[in-house]
Design a protein around this ligand. Sequence first.
Ligand SMILES: [Fe+2]
Length: 372
Amino acid sequence: MFIYKFIAVTLLLCAYTGIHLYAAFGRVIGSRIAFAILFTLFAESYVIVQFFRRSLEIDLPAFFYWFSSAVIGFMSILVMVIVIFDIALIIMLICKRASIIANSRLKIGVLAILATFVIFIYGHINSVTPRVTSYSIEINKQIPDNIRIVAVSDLHIASYTSLNALHKMVERINALSPDIVVMVGDIIDGELQPFIDRDIKGIFSKIESRYGVYSVLGNHEYHGGQVDSVKTAFDDAKIPLLRDEAIYIEPLNLTLVGRDDYRALRYRGSRAPLSKLIGGATDSAIVVLDHQPQNVILEEASASGADLQLSGHTHNGQLFPFNFVVDRIYKNAWGLMTEGAYNLIVSCGFGTWGPSMRTGSYSEIVVVDING
Ligand SMILES: [Fe+2]
């Protein structure tokens, strides 16, 4: 199970970083056992908070969720910083200059912590400073000049999500004067309650779009286990959730197809074939919303005659060096890929999973201008 793997990996990284930190700050800290206990509690705070929530069903204040998520980000940077210092140490050992490091452990420790904080703050600022990525595509269909779609994905709305950031997102979307606005999955982080309690519906009601706002599920909506309630809440919030459903927007001669998330295969055993959803609408512009840009999905979408697929999910790695990892997993982990008449645009997402931090990508709003 994911949680056990997560605990095993984080304990290993906790031991690796803890040993180094104690080597640097041991004289200042004193008790090795007390440090080991406190540092393990710090490093495993995400697991502890989730244990309170899921196993004990005790809902802690939002600060604990924010803090425990921030620790994941902080630790991921600290590990990399220490690895870099270890590489430097090996080089010094080879050059027979290791005594310099042995005599400067405290200074090196302070430098490592400072470097971690600087990267952490940069990552946080980067994650809350959205950029607009613009694309222009040509399709072989009779459509009005310049249909503009604005897409956001992976908002991961949780109890600690900044409402100010969501208000600003709506302002940015409206300034782009969209024909259609789409939200391409992972809109909530799992649980629906923060979406209701924090009146996200009120914020989304301010979105101005000539032909409506639409949404699809992501894997995180499935993680929450309340998919039917999510549909009711999103429909009620005027961001109708398309679950294996196509709608025809006549003035634009555009068919918008919202697919159930790839994760539905695990929960429901199947999802509707794209060709069935598109049906006989092949003379219209076909825009598919599908949260995960799995390689097998691209083949299906390309073969079914879709003109454009909008996806998210990858976050383009979110934290360095995971951007390189997702780049190897997905044929197109971020940006535009065109193959024949089929265009795929993958957004690296507006929000963040876990820490409010991005060091491998940035927060993004996508705007696509389509011409026939
Ligand atoms: Fe996702």
